[in-house]
Design a protein around this ligand. Structure first.
Ligand SMILES: NC(=O)c1ccc[n+]([C@@H]2O[C@H](COP(=O)([O-])OP(=O)(O)OC[C@H]3O[C@@H](n4cnc5c(N)ncnc54)[C@H](O)[C@@H]3O)[C@@H](O)[C@H]2O)c1
Length: 348
């Protein structure tokens, strides 16, 4: 990763889970890192995430849509890791316009600012497996039909297409990584809407029961954040080439029951409770998902190296050492009040 030494890197969403882990690796590699993050309420921003590198980076407290606040920083950029976004599927169904604003309107403004100010920079966008919806075959490769089942998937799909459109036109050099379920240090464990892995980890820490809905036989392929960071770093360095879209997932499929059992085992305290599948979740259920890693392996020589049991062990150790920074609301999860952002007139 010496190729990042001296590079000027913009990292959107860098106060959140994946972004902060990426920021730490980039600083270790010798890059000059500028984070743009507005600490959106309900997302995973946490200043403690970047504590190890706080004195080595520049943080701009701005929405990525407020482009006039960081134009000069963009002018110097060699690479842009674009991770800002809302990840909650359920919240996107409760407040679709909020998700639209965070995942499309601001993304479009940001990309147009990149085109104007750093057209030569490599842009890496964090997309999601969610855009594939309920898989029609496994493992899911990049040619799988795109048929999202929630607004978050639709909006992440639109933002993906903005990146690919500007790349096809020759305006920007974009790459897109579609991530499976990511876990590891620096997740927002107090936000249950961010996904079941964070909830399982939080409960394993507190000793509360780990809940499995239905038979728990759906497959997932959890991928450790260190592997995801490595995938981003490689995609940032790869020579100019097609294809531009890559699926990123974990080393092995596991059933939800197996994931819950691993969390309970490593907790040593949490029992597993089996509950009927809640009616409210059935329309959000994608069944099983497993990533086809062929393209990542072939084009970027990347494969996930961290087995789930090992990754979970080190993840729990991180949170045990910093529980006051991540577990504040776990016992009585509070749903943050719906955020009312100021929408531009054209989207109201
Ligand atoms: N965590 C996963 O399992 C997962 C899976 C698939 C895709 N992704 C994608 O990876 C990216 C990072 O996810 P994460 O898990 O780190 O989420 P996170 O919530 O921990 O971090 C997202 C960060 O983006 C910031 N942000 C959001 N909208 C912004 C805006 N308009 N302007 C400035 N800052 C903004 C938030 O304040 C937060 O710090 C997201 O784009 C997400 O869709 C994550």
């Amino acid at each position: 990763m010496n190729d990042y030494r001296g590079k000027r890197v913009i990292l959107t969403g860098g106060l959140g889970f994946i972004g902060s882990n990426l920021a730490i690796r980039l600083v270790e590699a010798g890059a000059g890192v500028t984070i743009i993050d507005s600490s959106v309420p309900g997302c995973g921003a946490n200043l403690f995430n970047i504590a190890p590198i706080a004195s080595a980076i520049n943080v701009i407290d701005s929405c990525i849509g407020d482009v006039e606040r960081f134009t000069s920083a963009l002018k110097d950029a060699d690479a842009v890791f674009n991770l800002a976004g809302e990840i909650s599927h359920s919240r996107s169904m409760e407040d679709p316009e909020r998700d639209l604003y965070l995942n499309t309107v601001t993304q479009l403004r940001f990309l147009l600012a990149c085109r104007a100010n750093c057209p030569g920079a490599r842009i890496l966008y964090a997309s999601t497996r969610q855009i594939y919806g309920k898989p029609v075959y496994l493992p899911v490769d990049e040619k799988h039909p795109v048929q999202p089942i929630d607004f978050n998937g639709v909006h992440k799909c639109a933002a993906t297409q903005y990146h690919l459109l500007l790349a096809r036109r020759g305006d920007l050099d974009c790459r897109v990584l579609r991530l499976s379920n990511v876990y590891g240090p620096r997740m927002a464990l107090h936000l249950p809407q961010q996904g079941f892995l964070g909830v399982y980890i939080a409960r394993a820490l507190t000793g509360e029961p780990i809940l499995v809905y239905g038979g728990g036989e759906q497959l997932r392929d959890p991928v450790h954040v260190d592997d995801v960071v490595e995938a981003f770093l490689r995609a940032g360095l790869a020579p100019d080439m097609e294809p531009r879209v890559f699926n990123v997932g974990g080393p092995h499929p596991l059933t939800l029951s197996e994931i819950a059992a691993a969390a309970a085992r490593q907790s040593g305290r949490s029992p597993i409770h089996h509950l009927p599948f809640p009616e409210s979740l059935t329309r959000m259920d994608i069944g099983s998902y497993v990533t086809d890693l062929t393209r990542m392996q072939r084009e970027l020589a990347w494969a996930p190296g961290i087995e789930f049991e090992d990754g979970l062990r080190s993840t729990l150790a991180y949170y045990r050492g910093n529980s006051d920074r991540y577990l504040g609301f776990t016992k009585h999860p509070e749903r943050p009040a719906a955020v009312r952002l100021e929408y531009p007139a054209s989207t109201q």
